[in-house]
Design a protein around this ligand. Structure first.
Ligand SMILES: Nc1ncnc2c1ncn2[C@@H]1O[C@H](COP(=O)(O)OP(=O)(O)OP(=O)(O)O)[C@@H](O)[C@H]1O
Ligand SMILES: [Mg+2]
Length: 250
């Protein structure tokens, strides 16, 4: 039951309690979060407040202890791991806090892989890859292996990979955490472009400049939302594919 009007993300009393040698560690404690199509939500909060745990659960990378997760009107917290894998491939682009590039594949192959898995032609996947690497200042690094890149370069490759598939939902955990200001600007510009075209984004950040681009900033403290502020009036956005703007870019 997918509905066109359902929020892209909805959580109901979402809870995650880790067990640390028999000691319960509550990481997320009853989060109710709704993200509408086209919204850009920044999640902030101190280290250990549950930001990564929350965003991992939204991408099915960690299981919940309690509560519900709905994506596009479909309940997903009950899905099996393999069903999650299919859903992620179809709908979600994920930038991890620690990159997770495939070590024995080139930068180009890392970025093209999600689009190829989703059924794009080799030519199309290559075109998207070239445009994204270009937008992120990585044109010359396409044939490098991830280990030959700096942390900041790897991070930008991870963002290119997450966007390559024109995902319904972009989830990003500190996508500028390792970047200098110039490359942060590249990332901000790209996020702004895809957002302007309707890309739904939920990202974790410590960087006020990144948060400033968001429509909403959510503050987590000890696993709970303590503040949820709309910082920009809702703009009316084109419902075109987030990809259109990248196409124009090239
Ligand atoms: N695999 C795990 N096992 C046990 N406890 C965990 C695990 N992962 C996270 N935690 C605990 O859950 C809490 C939330 O961690 P989380 O990684 O979500 O924080 P964060 O807000 O992303 O922090 P940071 O800003 O440092 O990335 C912390 O107390 C952390 O120690
Ligand atoms: Mg984290």
């Amino acid at each position: 039951m997918t509905s066109a009007t359902a929020p892209v993300v909805r959580t109901v009393n979402l809870v995650k309690i880790y067990q640390n040698g028999g000691v319960p560690v509550p990481a997320v404690r009853g989060v109710d979060l709704t993200v509408e199509e086209g919204e850009f939500v920044a999640i902030m909060g101190p280290s250990g407040s549950g930001k990564s745990t929350l965003i991992h659960m939204l991408g099915g990378l960690d299981t919940r202890t309690g509560g519900e997760i709905w994506l596009d009107g479909t309940r997903v917290d009950t899905l099996s791991e393999s069903a999650w894998a299919v859903l992620r491939r179809k709908k979600i682009g994920f930038v991890f806090q620690f990159f997770n590039l495939v070590a024995n594949m080139t930068v180009a192959d890392n970025v093209e892989l999600p689009a190829l898995l989703a059924g794009a032609s080799a030519r199309e996947a290559r075109r998207r890859r070239e445009e994204l690497l270009d937008a992120l200042g990585l044109t010359g690094r396409a044939d490098a292996a991830p280990a030959q890149l700096s942390g900041g370069e790897q991070q930008r490759v991870a963002l290119a990979r997450a966007l390559a598939n024109q995902p319904r939902l972009l989830l990003a955990d500190e996508p500028t955490g390792n970047l200098d200001s110039r490359h942060t600007n590249d990332v901000l510009r790209l996020l702004g472009q895809v957002h302007a075209k309707g890309q739904t984004i939920v990202l974790v950040t410590h960087d006020a400049r990144v948060a400033c681009m968001a429509d909403r900033v959510i503050n987590l403290l000890d696993g709970q939302i303590v503040d949820d502020a709309d910082i920009t009036p809702r703009r009316s956005r084109s419902r075109g594919s987030a990809w259109d703007v990248i196409e124009l870019h090239g």
